[in-house]
Design a protein around this ligand. Structure first.
Ligand SMILES: Cc1ncc(COP(=O)(O)O)c(C=O)c1O
Length: 424
């Protein structure tokens, strides 16, 4: 029987982040030493009390309501009220198998098109392609710290017919940058004036290196859906638990997302939801864990950014998450002499020559002719690094020298990139 695939899906590739991980694994199997800066996964273990809670709840076997366990929805709403100073209620919380699935379902449910400042996370665009949704990238610039400017947003809104949704991700993947309260307030004003819904992807909110994350929902509560989950701040990407927080004004939309979900994933794994209650209520454990995670990420991120910047690479120091978005434009002439004129070739050649895996900027909504890439500075031993950090009082300065034994691999990878550039 001939199998027919929808024409618009025929060239769909596997998500770039998962593909690079697989490719690196294959290269390792063939005997090559690989420095993995490709996949964006937390280096830290899930806190013990949360793992114990999962163990203790493993026996639970019944389905849960599609929106999620009520106690978890309550805990998540309280978390947003307490930490983000936003006004979400348990009824507005929807639990999903990772926030990725919820973003997909929202794009499926909504009419109109999606505006996305680029560079942006790899999956927003392909998800739009799958559900036949129009995607409009707004190109931000290195000179503006990769920030979306209110004027840019305003003109993008007026250049297309129905921009019903803006996806804003901060601290951001792939650039590690975030927005100031003034910047968020100015963007919120443009969205309110033009009736644009904001999907605020705050999956890295708790990984703001200074713990100063602010949500745009504070300035545009009636039009913002906040997206987050356990994957990044809790080191639990493989647990697959994310959530959306809807304001009262958007409960109609939430109900549609829940109805679609009831026909697809039914509910998130029950033991995981019970363990997530622990993650969202054990503030003492989580606060301590986050203090050290943030401290370590800030040290490692600054080390990578400063080393590359000293070597002439254009790169912004990170404010949060675990990414940098280096731009090798200053090396264009030398790279061109070696036949490297775009970001996919840049990453392929760097991997072949040095074993360092970066993800090409073209995967993040940038033109392939630009010479940029994402670097996820996560290939260090997070468990051992946490142990070291816990021994150094938090009022004492800690530097990269304190963790050299657990991140030698990462330091070597940065040195390899620099030598590779200088060899040209
Ligand atoms: C910006 C951003 N949003 C959403 C996600 C999806 O996270 P999850 O589905 O694990 O909640 C990721 C994961 O890499 C991400 O980087």
């Amino acid at each position: 029987m001939p199998h027919k695939i929808h024409p618009h899906l025929q060239n769909l590739k596997q998500s770039a982040t998962l593909a690079i991980n697989k490719y690196c694994g294959e290269l390792e199997t063939s005997g090559k030493t690989i420095f993995r800066f490709g996949l964006g996964q937390s280096p830290f273990p899930v806190p013990d009390s949360i793992v114990s809670s999962l163990e203790g709840n493993a026996y639970r076997k019944d389905y849960l309501p599609v929106e999620g366990l009520y106690a978890l929805r309550q805990a998540v709403a309280e978390f947003h009220q307490k930490i983000d100073k936003t006004d979400f209620e348990p009824e507005g919380i929807m639990i999903g198998p990772g926030s990725k699935e919820l973003v997909f379902t929202l794009q499926l449910a909504m009419e109109g098109s999606t505006l996305i400042p680029s560079p942006c996370w790899v999956s927003y665009g392909p998800q739009g392609q799958i559900v036949h949704r129009e995607i409009h990238y707004i190109q931000t610039q290195y000179e503006n710290n990769w920030r979306l400017l209110p004027d840019q947003l305003e003109s993008a809104i007026h250049s297309i017919e129905s921009p019903h949704m803006l996806i804003l991700n901060y601290p951001g993947n792939p650039d590690g940058g975030t927005y100031t309260p003034e910047e968020l307030s100015a963007l919120a004003a443009v969205c309110r004036k033009n009736d644009v819904l904001v999907l605020s992807d705050e999956i890295y909110g708790r990984m703001h290196h200074q713990g100063d994350h602010i949500s745009i929902a504070r300035y545009y509560p009636e039009g913002t859906i906040v997206s987050s989950g356990l994957s990044k701040w809790c080191g639990a990407g493989g647990w697959r638990l994310g959530h959306f927080a809807f304001p009262r004004e958007l409960y109609g939309l939430k109900n549609v997302v829940a109805s679609i979900s009831s026909e697809t994933f039914s509910c998130v794994s029950t033991p995981i939801q019970y363990a997530a209650v622990q993650a969202y209520t054990d503030y003492k454990t989580v606060d301590e864990y986050l203090i050290h995670s943030r401290r370590l990420l800030s040290i490692v991120g600054s080390y990578c950014a400063n080393s590359l910047a000293k070597a002439g690479v254009r790169v912004r120091a990170p404010s949060g998450a675990f990414y940098l978005f280096p731009d090798f434009e200053n090396f264009r002439e030398k790279l061109t002499e070696r036949g490297i004129t775009n970001s996919p070739t840049l990453c392929e050649q760097l991997l072949q020559d040095t074993g360092v895996a970066l993800l090409s900027g073209s995967e993040f909504g940038r033109d392939a002719t630009e010479l940029n890439a994402r670097l996820a500075y996560i290939n260090f031993d997070g468990r051992k690094a946490l142990k070291i950090s816990r021994k150094i009082p938090t009022d004492k300065t800690m530097t990269i020298d304190d963790i050299i034994p657990v991140c030698a691999n990462l330091i070597e990878a940065i040195e390899r990139i620099i030598k590779w550039l200088q060899a040209y």
